[in-house]
Design a protein around this ligand. Sequence first.
Ligand code: CDP
Length: 235
Amino acid sequence: MSYSADKKIVIAIDGYSSCGKSTVAKEIAKQLNYIFIDSGAMYRAVTLLFLRIGILNGKDLNMSALPEILRFIHITFAFNPATSHNDIWLNGENVEQEIRQLSVARNVSQVAAVAEVRRFLVAQQQEMGQSKGIVMDGRDIGTVVFPNAELKIFMTADARIRAKRRYDEMLARKEQVDFEEILANITERDRFDETREESPLRKASDAIVLDNSHMTRDEQFEWILEKVKERIIQT
Ligand code: CDP
């Protein structure tokens, strides 16, 4: 069977911080010739902008300035041939690297809990998925963004294993990192994401759980591809 068959579906991948959602989503999209959208990168880009202009100071967010600022945020994705990655651009600037810094990670869950921010980004995400053939990963993709997605996957893994993966990733980028700090950041974000009022992180009732604590990337990829195949045949 050809995976790039005419039949295009929507694949929603949600789950906890740093469990490799984007890595596997990107590989699946490449294999199927689908668009891959990292919705977390969009929340990170908005957070970066808020930090830069000072309406978020590490503690408080100036809510009164929000509507005006959201009007001037323009987010796009563009393929970077050097890395084969769909980089995120914020108002004409490639911020793919900068949004991965710990300073952004420390503040992003606070920003992502704001209803206005979510409304603003969810509308753009839904627009991107209109013609199907998309793999999107995040926290609310199967529950809010694409509740009718043909395939929903909820990814999870042991917190220490996730922290180790993120630690290795940052070390590879030659960043100064402390394992315990990363572990604390991901567990704190998980807690925040799960308990917020606006679109909390939770498994959609029709999502399939993938615990990848002890799986290789190839095994995860094969596992998801198998599910895609089933869904394409079924729908
Ligand atoms: O890469 P990692 O899994 O650590 O996080 P991410 O996907 O880059 O998302 C960063 C943060 O954005 C998450 O911790 C959530 O607070 C928020 N987020 C969200 O609320 N909804 C989404 N659809 C995606 C991300």
